[in-house]
Design a protein around this ligand. Sequence first.
Ligand SMILES: [Zn+2]
Length: 241
Amino acid sequence: MADNKYKLDVLAIAAHPDDVEITCGGLLIKMAKLGRKTGVLDLTRGEMGTFGTDQTRADEAAAAAKILGLSYRGNLSIPDSAVEFNQENKLKIAQVIREQAPELVILPHWVQRHPDHLACCRLGYDACFLAGLKKIKLEGEPVRPRKIIYASYYRNSEQSFLVDITDEYEQKCEAVKAYNSQFGDPKNSLQIFHPGESVFDIMQIRGARLGQLAGVKQAEAYSIKENILIDDPQKMPVRSI
Ligand SMILES: [Zn+2]
């Protein structure tokens, strides 16, 4: 559990509503089930998406938040498809980090196809740093998250670790289904995400493949920039032979 200086246990930061559900929804559900306080900060309202209005997307994000068991969901209303890597955006995110004070932050992986996702990764990292500077012009007490992990959902590269989400997988799908304007009509849903493919097929196949690597049914992949330190290699999960 978070110690005193932290208010949230985990905050996932993403560019568009529905990103976190797909990339790290299983882990957010799992942590909420463990009694942790979880939150999401969406940078944009996803208004450049082909389907849905601002209002429907906001309603859908609120419905998904309930399914994920979030304690907090915020939105910075940065223009969609124009998330720029600049000081103004860094400070907007850093202000939320000060207010929500998460111990763990989940960012998108640092290699991305969508420019907003890439900008979100870089902005999120810098905002975590800036939030801890005493002299910076932000409200509230300086605080810096202790750990940053990167959801490597769209990456096929080596991940640092996997999280077993077998028991959370159905709930994760429900959270994605809350975005009815995006994924409710199979015809529409085929035009978003990977064109021609259902988001649910992709989640199933990718999650099952990652799960297979660890001997479980469904998993999510994460990357970190530090090493993992362990005490007892004899108890490491996942068989070698
Ligand atoms: Zn996105």
